[in-house]
Write a protein that binds this ligand. Structure first.
Ligand SMILES: N[C@@H](CCC(=O)N[C@@H](CS)C(=O)NCC(=O)O)C(=O)O
Length: 255
């Protein structure tokens, strides 16, 4: 039976961290909100379908589902519903062979994923520093202030940390954990990719400042299944509905 991923169509968003793991593993999965009605033979539509959205909303708005998720992304595997990006990857990691086979490593990789999730939330808050319910245009000035701090202080603090993690990995700097690819490496690729899209000026010297992370980003991008996925219509382009939004006025060169 296919894994069912439930996420908003038309954007990469947090769903992309799960998609990359499923794609790297060559897993059988359905991106439910993009699926055409069963049996009509049409291709998945990255912009979403009415029937796919209805299927997702029927779970989110259910009065009876005991494991009702708060928000997408969530995963359904048979009768099991798994909410929250990092939790989904904790669940999928061993099943997809994307985490080492021991408990200490699994919690370490999960911890890395949670730290990546922290950066993702802070990246979102650069364009929505006051309220998610308001438009960006209604919070432009605080967004400038928030983005300035994110670029000057938070990106360097997080990236210095992840660069150290690579440098201090006893198995070498190619992966964040152990000597083989994990879902945290895939998510790190996505984080760097998103930050480069949103803040091209601020990220200009990235490869010089964080050479190990830059190598990791390039190595993930070139993995055969990831490269094929990135070139496919399943990979929606970065855009301004997403977490990583490019607003030139928020993108200041980093000191
Ligand atoms: N911590 C959750 C956050 C989930 C989340 O914020 N999902 C967004 C889309 S990326 C959403 O639909 N949020 C609705 C809301 O917060 O009201 C995760 O990592 O999965």
């Amino acid at each position: 039976m296919s894994y069912e991923l439930f996420y908003w169509p038309g954007l990469q968003g947090r769903g992309e961290f799960v998609r990359l793991a499923l794609e790297e593993a060559g897993a059988d999965y359905v991106d439910v909100a993009r699926m055409p009605p069963a049996g009509n033979g049409a291709e998945p539509d990255p912009e979403g379908t009415d029937s796919g959205m209805a299927a997702m909303m029927s779970i989110l708005q259910s009065d009876t589902e005991p494991h009702v998720p708060f928000a997408p992304p969530f995963l359904r595997d048979g009768a099991t519903i798994v909410p929250q990006t990092a939790n989904i990857l904790l669940y999928l990691g061993p099943r997809l062979g994307l985490v080492p086979d021991n408990e200490a490593s699994r919690y370490w990789v999960h911890g890395l994923q949670l730290t990546i999730a922290d950066v993702v939330t802070e990246a979102h808050d650069t364009h929505h520093p006051i309220a998610s319910s308001l438009y960006y245009e209604e919070q432009r000035d605080p967004a400038k202030e928030r983005a300035g701090d994110f670029i000057a202080n938070r990106i360097p603090k997080f990236m210095n940390y992840f660069e150290r993690v690579l440098g201090q990995n006893p198995a070498g700097p190619r992966h964040l954990a152990g000597d083989a690819l994990t879902y945290a490496d895939l998510s790190m690729f996505q984080l760097i990719d998103g930050l480069r899209y949103a803040f091209p000026r601020a990220m200009k010297g990235f490869a010089k400042r964080y050479p190990k992370l830059a190598v990791l980003h390039g190595a993930v991008r070139e993995r055969p299944r990831i490269a094929a996925y990135l070139a496919s219509p399943r990979r929606v382009a970065h855009n301004e509905s997403c977490i990583f939004r490019h607003y030139p006025e928020l993108d200041q060169p980093s000191g």
